[in-house]
Ligand binder design. Structure first.
Ligand code: SF4
Ligand code: SF4
Length: 354
């Protein structure tokens, strides 16, 4: 993970054999996405950095939270990349982008100093210098993708997501729009799988990453929380939790799962375990562009859910009753399986002469 300030040139027409990952967590954030990604297993950060993935270019990771070099050494590859002296790199942005045009006499967020002015280098300055030169720009977590909590109504910083800052028409040096991997924090394997795709694409080993209209990888965000939820059968049967100690469907106590694009109920959180509603947490829509404002107040029944859960309350109990009758029937062995001198299985001999 040490800084590797060597310039790397493409080795083939389509691919590269070394890539730098320049990862700034200096947006408005809690660094939670970096922390989350340390739990990834499919693949792990270590697998990527130590070259355990077949076909992957050699990866040099530069991330403040995971770095152990001095501040100057850590910043050197960022400055080199900004000067066009560092080979292909992927630019990972963590945290939302504050509006530095309204920062008064100070600044909202910075990473190191500008060598020319000696003043703090703000996140937008880094983005302006690095994003157009990056093979790909990846926004990690909901703060970087859509603004998140820092961008909610009434915020004083004018925070926004990376696409809000760069524009929907932005294209990186590799021809990609910003690749968004939302989540608060990001689901670790969702991010690593996306990074792996981009790295394989840079190496000429993968087609263009498929993204939806909100620039999310389609295979990760194409389904709703509800579609993968362990509690979905309770919903279907109109069996709803009244408090947070219940194993039943939580829609009446604030779950937004039916209308939220997120795969954690299928994928789990760490090593396949977890995934908010599966383990007792209501879905508050943290992967969504409208988060948090459109999902507040949390823990109230979502407005649209009142009608649908009301309908399920009529249909569901009837289905549940029918199923309990069938369940009682199939939960018993057939009557002929018993010890007695007569054969009662209904066997009909085919050849009566024997
Ligand atoms: S807990 Fe949420 S996601 Fe799960 S079934 Fe109920 S409404 Fe759907
Ligand atoms: S289930 Fe809901 S709250 Fe949990 S990670 Fe997914 S979008 Fe966020």
């Amino acid at each position: 993970m040490a800084a590797q300030p060597t310039t790397v040139e493409p080795t083939t027409a389509n691919g590269v054999d070394e890539v730098h990952i320049l990862w700034t967590s200096e947006g408005m954030s809690c660094d939670g996405d970096t922390v989350s990604v340390t739990a990834a297993t499919l693949p792990s950060l270590e697998d990527v950095v130590l070259g355990a993935i077949p076909g992957l270019p050699k990866v040099h990771l530069h991330n403040k939270v995971l770095a152990y070099e001095s501040a100057d050494d850590f910043l050197a590859p960022f400055h080199k990349a900004a000067a066009g002296e560092l080979g292909p790199f992927v630019f990972v942005v963590e945290g939302s982008v504050p509006n530095e045009q309204i920062n008064g006499d100070g600044y909202w967020s910075g990473m190191g100093n500008n060598p020319e002015t000696g003043q703090p280098m703000t996140l937008p300055e880094w983005i302006d210098r690095l994003a157009p030169k990056a093979y790909a720009v990846v926004a990690i977590g909901t703060c970087a993708t859509y603004g998140g909590i820092h961008a909610m109504a009434g915020n004083p910083t004018g925070c926004m997501g990376l696409v809000d800052y760069l524009g929907r028409d932005f294209r990186s040096a590799g021809g990609l729009p910003v690749v968004n991997v939302p989540g608060c924090p990001v689901q670790p394997d969702n991010f690593m799988e996306t990074l792996l795709w981009v790295l394989h694409q840079a190496a000429g080993l993968a087609p263009t990453i498929p993204l939806d209209e909100q620039f999310r990888p389609t295979w990760l965000f194409g389904k709703t929380v509800h579609e993968g939820c362990d509690r979905a059968a309770y919903y279907e049967q109109g069996d709803f939790a009244k408090d947070y100690n219940s194993p039943k469907c939580q829609v009446k106590i604030g779950c937004w799962g039916p209308v939220v694009n997120c795969n954690v109920t299928k994928r789990g959180w760490m090593d396949g375990i977890g995934g908010c509603p599966n383990v007792g947490g209501i879905c508050i829509g943290c992967t969504m562009p409208g988060f948090p404002d459109k999902f507040m107040p949390f823990m109230d029944e979502p407005p649209g859910a009142t009608l649908s859960s009301g309908m399920m309350s009529v249909y569901g109990p009837f289905v549940r009753r029918m199923r309990s009758i069938t369940n009682a029937t199939v939960n018993k062995e057939p009557a002929w399986r018993r010890k007695e001198p007569a054969l009662t299985s209904g066997y009909q001999p085919r050849w009566t002469g024997r």
